[in-house]
Ligand binder design. Structure first.
Ligand code: ZN
Length: 114
């Protein structure tokens, strides 16, 4: 499952950060997962619960932010909202779109205690 490897990747980052900052327990982890990142949020939440087990983030809450998908429309020559791949430009109805935003998948910050 794709989302499990993503959850494990987040745990890796969190574990390294906790070690580097001498944190014994992580309370929350905030991540940005763009609308176009291709991640199923429900599946990720489910995977998180098993990935965090026996880690420093065992009780950590996963806070998910969802940056909006954006694309450059070649016909309109401007940036337009694109909530998911395969949708048409909301202005001209065309499909000459290149994703320019909302594709990120990253850890924003981590809250822990010593
Ligand atoms: Zn357009």
């Amino acid at each position: 499952m794709h989302e499990l490897s993503i959850a494990e990747g987040i745990i890796d980052v969190v574990t390294r950060t906790a070690n580097a900052n001498a944190l014994s327990k992580i309370k929350s982890v905030r991540v940005a997962i763009g609308q176009l990142a291709g991640v199923e949020i429900e599946a990720l939440r489910f995977a998180w619960v098993s990935a965090r087990r026996d880690s420093v983030a065992e009780e950590a809450e996963l806070v998910i932010e969802r940056p909006q998908g954006k694309a450059w429309c070649m016909d309109c020559e401007k940036t337009v909202p694109l909530p998911r791949y395969g949708e048409a430009c909301p202005f001209c109805g065309g499909y000459h779109l290149t994703a320019t935003g909302g594709t990120e998948l990253k850890v924003l910050d981590i809250v822990g205690e010593d």
